[in-house]
Design a protein around this ligand. Structure first.
Ligand code: DX5
Ligand code: ZN
Length: 220
């Protein structure tokens, strides 16, 4: 069985207190910190980049799961590697011409390569990235349109997760967008093992309880 990984999305945190917010999530049982990097071009929102990852790295040894919603992911490999990012997940829609070079460079910087796809992108598009030498080690299935936290989970994306899980029993399959106590069951039963959650965790009176509920659902 694949391991359950719960990754609070720091996009829903108080950015002015990022280090203490990260520590609060780790104390609540988070496995990874999900860091949403947006360039204001691939998506209509602008968030954070390598300098913020570097600053946060000085405060925590935690795994930083970086989700690159950017048009030119290749430009971010070197700076994010230096900054101390742990995972580097790029979008397949932004890397159709250069994913092999991208994966190679991500690995050479010691980061875990992942690929993400938007709701409108068919799952077949990631298959070539899962075979051969330069393959990714994680697939992030978006369950909302990327760009903003607090949107509604799209249950129809679970077909992608199911199909992928059947083909790749040991792959890390991550879901992102609208995950929380009311949607976790759909995602975990489809076969997702990495769960990103922003508003449901940060908005909860007891984030530890939400994290453990989601972990139990994946481990069931
Ligand atoms: C959206 C981001 C998500 C977002 C999730 O583009 O990739 O990580 O922060 O937030 P919630 O869990 O609130 O949908
Ligand atoms: Zn994300």
């Amino acid at each position: 069985m694949v391991k359950a990984i719960i990754a609070p999305s720091m996009l829903s945190s108080d950015f002015a207190n990022l280090a203490s917010e990260a520590q609060r999530m780790l104390n609540c049982g988070a496995d990874w910190l999900h860091m949403d990097i947006m360039d204001g071009h691939f998506v209509p929102n602008l968030t954070l980049g390598a300098p913020v990852i570097e600053s946060l790295r000085k405060h925590t040894k935690a795994y930083m799961d970086c989700h690159l919603m950017v048009t030119n992911p290749l430009d971010y490999v070197e700076p994010l590697g230096k900054a101390g990012a742990s995972g580097f997940t790029f979008h397949v829609e932004a890397s159709r011409d250069n994913w092999q070079e991208l994966v190679q460079r991500i690995k050479s910087k010691g980061m875990k390569p992942g690929v993400s796809l938007k709701p409108g992108t068919p799952i077949e598009e990631v298959y070539p990235l899962l075979d051969g030498e330069n393959s990714v080690e994680l697939v992030l299935v978006m369950t909302v349109e990327p760009g903003f936290g607090g949107q509604k989970f799209m249950p129809e994306m679970m077909d992608k997760v199911r199909t992928l899980r059947k083909k790749y029993p040991l792959l890390d399959i991550e879901v992102d967008g609208g995950l929380g106590p009311s949607t976790i069951e759909a995602a975990s039963s489809a076969g997702a093992n990495c769960v990103v959650a922003g508003s449901s965790v940060f908005g909860a009176p007891d984030p530890a309880q939400v994290i453990s509920l989601m972990r139990n659902s994946v481990e069931e």
